[in-house]
Design a protein around this ligand. Sequence first.
Ligand code: SF4
Length: 279
Amino acid sequence: MYEMSKEKREEKLINSLKSLSLFVGTGQCNAHCAHCAGRAHRKYAPTEDGIINRDLIYNTIKSCYGQGARSLSISSSGEPTLSPLAVTTVLQLIHECRKEGIEYSPINLYSNGIRIGKDKKFCDTYLPKWKSYGLTTIYVTIHDVDEEKNAKIYGVESYPNLEVVVSRIHYANLLMRGNLVLSRKTIGTFEQFVSTADYLRKIGVDCISAWPVRGADDKVDSRLSPLESELDKIENWVENNQGDGFIVKLLTEKSRIMYQTGQKLTLFPDGTLSNTWCN
Ligand code: SF4
């Protein structure tokens, strides 16, 4: 029987990392979602924008690259666009690492899209700058394409028009991924999913990733998640509707295997590097 040598096993482990996620910013947020997994991490976040643990981030970027990670995402315990100085400094640092042959691509930023849709001056000031430092895509979380319903889930009075959000992202030559949170209250059936995907495609969103709603503990909320039968139909549709350039992905529990096997790591605000975060 073939047995892998100790060296081979170690080499496999070293090259198994694919992606790194960094928590950046103060933890301040302009939304009030009932299920917020970021909240638990806020007590460790800096209280002022612009403050980052430069050495820790640099060492993590370098070490994870050495272990095989090539894609990087910027997340936060709050809304990263409310900490633009910290995001800029981290992107600059990642960019500088290119001189040492450390090049992450793609680099993605998670956002709720509210500031992007409501604050043009912010977009004009920061989005082109972030693009020049290597940012590729903004991942905008969408609960519903109906602005009023989206606002309700976000716990805000109004949510900006998604066409404005996508056009501002494109104006900076960035891509937009719609992150769809599937819930019985919003996008909960196969029909709702397909009409949402069609609408987002029509307004220019570049690709979609969707997953069943999670609770504050970052686990699937079985009370609110769509029925398994609906998820199966969605999964089937997703598998059979690729190939024309508009990529739609459904992340189910099976997709969490990447986290469970440590292929995706997250640097949390308390300095922990772990595979327990999934978004
Ligand atoms: S937008 Fe994100 S960080 Fe802000 S309250 Fe909602 S889940 Fe939490």
